[in-house]
Design a protein around this ligand. Structure first.
Ligand SMILES: [Zn+2]
Length: 241
């Protein structure tokens, strides 16, 4: 089986000013919560987010603000931010069309429930239910994507409200090792099929490695194999043994 076509799609794609989205198919998206039918997320990411909100008891306290955006929606948001807030603010907080993680369907902006919610910079504090959500996020495949200490690498200002689905165990590895997605993608290059990164989890072994542009199919005995492009230079394999 040839996984080469996967290079530009999957949970681990890095989308930024340097690496615009190349995936051409719109992700299959669903509403995260029935109460906010306009906020969509890729269907597996949405299911994990619902589990996470339920697990921390936040379904009625945390509000989904902005999830999947089409290219044309991102154009509209970018234009209106330029008009309303100017170039400095927009450069800091709004990605150019084609370069927004929101176009992947894997990113979501969340707010603490309030009467007034800022669409571009919602309030998501370091306390209470929001902090409980943030602490539990990596167990459900999510990471806070833009943190203060990684601004030089991501090129995006700290966004406490923006969460990215990368899938488990990648979220857990990133948090444990203190990596943002750029660093994690880079780090994985040293691992290969014969020399994978191995995570022991509840008696199971999960192997992760970089597989280049056209990874080969793994042995049949591997029960679950996931392949994701990185949108940079190839694919990442994740094998649950
Ligand atoms: Zn966002």
């Amino acid at each position: 089986m040839n996984y080469g076509y996967k290079r530009f799609s999957g949970n681990l794609i890095l989308v930024s000013a340097q690496y615009p989205l190349l995936q051409t198919d719109a992700p299959r998206c669903v509403p995260v919560l029935d109460t906010f039918p306009q906020v969509l997320l890729e269907h597996r990411a949405a299911a994990c987010l619902r589990q996470l909100l339920n697990a921390v008891g936040a379904t009625d306290e945390i509000v989904p603000v902005s999830g999947y955006r089409s290219f044309s929606q991102q154009v509209e948001i970018y234009r209106s931010s330029l008009l309303e807030h100017g170039a400095d603010f927009t450069g800091k907080y709004v990605a150019k069309p084609g370069c927004s993680e929101h176009q992947t369907g894997l990113a979501i902006d969340l707010a603490q429930k309030a009467a007034d919610i800022d669409f571009l910079c919602p309030d998501f504090p370091d306390t209470g239910i929001c902090e409980r959500f943030r602490s539990a996020a990596s167990r459900y495949g999510f990471v806070q994507r833009y943190t203060q200490d990684k601004e030089d690498i991501t090129g995006i200002a700290c966004e406490p409200w923006h969460f990215r689905y990368v899938g488990y165990p990648h979220s857990e590895i990133m948090v444990q090792m203190g990596f943002c997605l750029e660093e994690y993608i880079d780090y994985l290059h040293q691992f290969s099929q014969g020399n994978p990164f191995v995570l022991q989890q509840h008696g199971r072994q999960i192997a992760v490695y970089f597989a280049g542009e056209t990874p080969v199919q793994t042995a049949d005995e591997a029960p679950i194999t996931e392949v994701s492009g990185n949108n940079v230079d190839g694919c990442v394999m994740t094998i649950w043994q």
